[in-house]
Design a protein around this ligand. Structure first.
Ligand code: SF4
Length: 430
């Protein structure tokens, strides 16, 4: 396979063997800059062990954890319950700085803040903080870049640099909690919700994401004690990881970025679909609902004349209904075109028809808030300013043109649509 093992440590897979195809999935990181060891990488037992190895009593781990997770501070001067002698050295050893705030961009009248963070090895990631009247939601990154190569997404065009460590993910949250609580977005607010919809495919960095989730939902001093239902992990469909997460005993919300209910179109729109098909993905999503009791969100970026046909809304409803009622909620999102995109958002009329069709079939549906769209703040579309914007634009255009012809072929209704819709209705009746 061309490109495979071109760089040791990089494993790439061409989703289809068609000439002219430019999309390549990457599962392994180009850079392996190991971030410094940090308390947030460890569970409570490991933290105690570490402190004891360093010659301190184990209970100091809980004291430092309380400062980090409850008071959101890494400032040794505020940790007055630690002995003054050697305090700074101890804190520097277990809470090393992981990221530096490089720049910020404000949108939505000061209610949305995108921050660019530089990590220890110079790699950059972004987070978006969105303020609501009584709370704030954070959209964070799980990888620097992304290897999933979705042609509509700027991050996908830049490729995967490296996975983030659990602590680098957690630290994005702590730093944004500080920002929200400081009143930088108008008034002090608590970050109550987290969505993994920034740079990267969280399921492709499963071990670190699992640990970060634990730190988010476990009560202090173990973690921040957030409500699991307020933490959303978004995936384009790494089926084995979805099944694993279903069994972790952490009922976080799962969001599946589906964007097409048929394999014909989805193979081109989401390259990982060449490995895990729509049926398999929805089965895994349904399993997630059964195991956790959490209704699954189905994300659907509406792209003009590409995936917004009424028959696709009917087919999506049928695929969901044949697996049972009430287990999934659909969020259509008007596409936020990335630089260089040849695709654009669906019209208001097409959006309305799509939503009405889903609702008529009994599917609960809400058009999602596109906060921050004026700062490239939507899911997976954060990277355009991090990397060379012109280069990303060129690559996005090329990637889209490479699949455009085949996508055109998928505009017509499939011949067996009536049968597929009937199967959906039988599922509902049963
Ligand atoms: S849409 Fe998500 S999974 Fe696809 S390339 Fe972008 S960040 Fe990666």
């Amino acid at each position: 396979m061309k490109n495979q093992h071109a760089n040791p440590g990089v494993r790439q897979v061409r989703p289809r063997n068609e000439s002219g195809r430019e999309l390549t999935l990457t599962f392994h990181e180009k850079r392996r800059g190991k971030p410094p060891r940090h308390l947030a990488d460890l569970d409570r037992g490991e933290r105690r062990e570490l402190l004891e190895q360093m010659g301190h009593p184990g209970f100091r781990a809980d004291q430092i954890s309380a400062h980090y997770f409850t008071h959101r501070t890494i400032d040794p001067d505020r940790m007055t319950d630690l002995p003054e002698n050697g305090r700074e050295e101890l804190v520097a050893a277990v809470l090393p700085p992981l990221m530096e705030r490089v720049s910020s961009q404000v949108a939505d009248g000061g209610k949305t803040l995108k921050v660019l963070w530089k990590l220890h090895d110079g790699v950059v990631v972004e987070s978006v903080l969105m303020a609501y009247p009584d709370r704030a939601t954070l959209c964070l990154s799980s990888q620097a870049g992304c290897g999933m190569a979705c042609p509509f997404c700027a991050t996908g065009q830049a490729g995967l640099s490296r996975n983030l460590s659990a602590a680098e993910i957690v630290e994005q949250l702590r730093r944004n909690m500080e920002i929200a609580e400081s009143g930088e977005l108008g008034a002090p607010r608590r970050v109550t919700n987290v969505v993994f919809m920034g740079m990267g495919e969280p399921m492709a960095n499963y071990p670190a994401v699992r640990e970060a989730l634990r730190r988010m939902i476990e009560p202090a001093p173990e973690g921040f004690g957030m409500s699991a239902r307020n933490v959303t992990v978004s995936t384009v469909g790494l089926v084995p990881a979805i099944k694993k997460l279903a069994l972790e005993g952490m009922p976080v919300t799962l969001a599946v970025s589906l964007h097409a209910p048929d394999d014909g179109l989805r193979d081109d729109l989401i390259p990982i679909n060449s490995r895990y098909k729509v049926g398999e993905l929805l089965d895994a999503a349904r399993l997630y609902f059964v195991k956790t009791g959490r209704r699954v969100s189905i994300e659907y970026a509406l792209i003009k004349d590409m995936n917004d046909h009424q028959w696709r809304a009917q087919l999506l409803a049928a695929e969901l209904n044949r697996r049972g009622r009430g287990w999934a909620h659909v969020n259509p999102i008007p596409l936020n075109p990335t630089p260089g995109s040849i695709w654009t958002a669906s019209t208001a009329a097409a959006t309305r028809t799509f939503v009405d069709t889903l609702r008529a079939e009994g599917i609960s549906t809400t058009v999602r808030d596109t906060r921050g769209s004026d700062i490239d703040g939507a899911c997976g579309q954060l990277a355009a300013e991090v990397v060379d914007r012109d280069n990303v634009a060129r690559r996005a255009k090329k990637a889209q043109e490479a699949v455009e012809v085949r996508i055109m072929e998928h505009r017509a209704e499939p011949k067996d649509l009536a049968q597929q819709l009937a199967a959906g209705r039988r599922g509902t009746d049963g």
